[in-house]
Design a protein around this ligand. Structure first.
Ligand SMILES: NC(=O)c1ccc[n+]([C@@H]2O[C@H](COP(=O)([O-])OP(=O)(O)OC[C@H]3O[C@@H](n4cnc5c(N)ncnc54)[C@H](OP(=O)(O)O)[C@@H]3O)[C@@H](O)[C@H]2O)c1
Length: 250
């Protein structure tokens, strides 16, 4: 199926590894010029080589700490000058942050900054551009909400879902769509340390209908569809890609 993405441009945060890397590569393979941003320059360079070897559109890379106060502004400026115009924004950077029952105040603040505020701010940097062009597709990678322990990142991601839903109502009239993609457990560096030894197999056997963690490619497959013109009637939605881990149907 042609996703009609050829010739479009995209910004992907957290593109050095895991799901962001898979999404950046899949977009490039669909003919999208990507600005891939993260801190680890060596991984961004290897992504560029990997995409070239696979025959995708060569991405631009931009090394930036997203947590820096001017991170969103710098990423938006680099995208607009490097790509000329931006059609797609993938808000993906983040990290799981399990806490004790109370948790340090700094950890809460750090999670809200990385996993909510910076994504909101980057989106806000690009919204005037999207509105002026009367088009844009925004995808926020959120989180699972059925954890049995406190995780500050998942709380921040829940904020993204609410904000995104609110925004969708006001952006529709400008031709802009905004959605969330809720992963279950995906095999990346972000979560691997939390399931050592046999724990992954035991957890997946007990909690995941399809019996194992997902792969970053599973997320990339849904992500490219959601930001493509094929998804033109989808906004304000949360798409779940979790192998059936989520317990509640609605
Ligand atoms: N894996 C899962 O099961 C799972 C489940 C629910 C939600 N998520 C969410 O999905 C997203 C992707 O996670 P992942 O599992 O793919 O994790 P990952 O493999 O650890 O990748 C995280 C990405 O975020 C970037 N990042 C983190 N802190 C950053 C900072 N300060 N500045 C710039 N970039 C930063 C990292 O780049 P650098 O280190 O190079 O900067 C990296 O590219 C995250 O938002 C995560 O919370 C993941």
């Amino acid at each position: 199926m042609d996703l009609y993405l050829k010739g479009k441009t995209a910004v992907v945060t957290g593109a050095s590894q895991g799901m962001g890397r898979a999404i950046a590569k899949e977009l490039a393979m669909e003919g999208v010029k990507v600005l891939a941003t993260a801190r680890k320059e060596d991984l961004l360079n290897s992504l560029k080589e990997e995409i070239a070897a696979a025959g995708g559109v060569a991405p631009l890379t931009f090394v930036q700490d997203f947590v820096a106060a001017d991170g969103p502004q710098k990423i938006a400026a680099a995208a607009l000058s490097g790509l000329g115009q931006v059609d797609i924004l993938i808000n993906n950077a983040g990290r799981s942050r399990p806490l004790e029952i109370i948790g340090a105040e700094e950890e809460w603040a750090a999670a809200m900054t990385l996993d909510f505020d910076r994504h909101r701010q980057l989106t806000q940097q690009l919204l005037p551009h999207f509105i002026a062009r009367k088009q844009g597709a925004i995808l926020n990678i959120s989180s699972t909400y059925e954890l049995r322990e406190v995780n500050a990142s998942a709380v921040a991601k829940a904020s993204i879902v609410v904000w995104s839903k609110q925004l969708s109502m006001q952006l529709g009239q400008h031709g802009i769509r905004i959605n969330c993609l809720q992963p279950g457990l995906i095999d990346t560096d972000n979560i691997r340390p939390f399931f050592p030894g046999n724990e992954r197999r035991e957890f997946a056997g007990r909690e995941i209908a399809l019996g194992d963690f997902g792969e970053p490619q599973d997320i990339a497959n849904m992500a490219v569809f959601l930001v493509s013109p094929r998804a033109q009637y989808i906004t304000g939605a949360v798409a779940v890609v979790d192998g059936g881990m989520r317990r509640y149907p609605f």
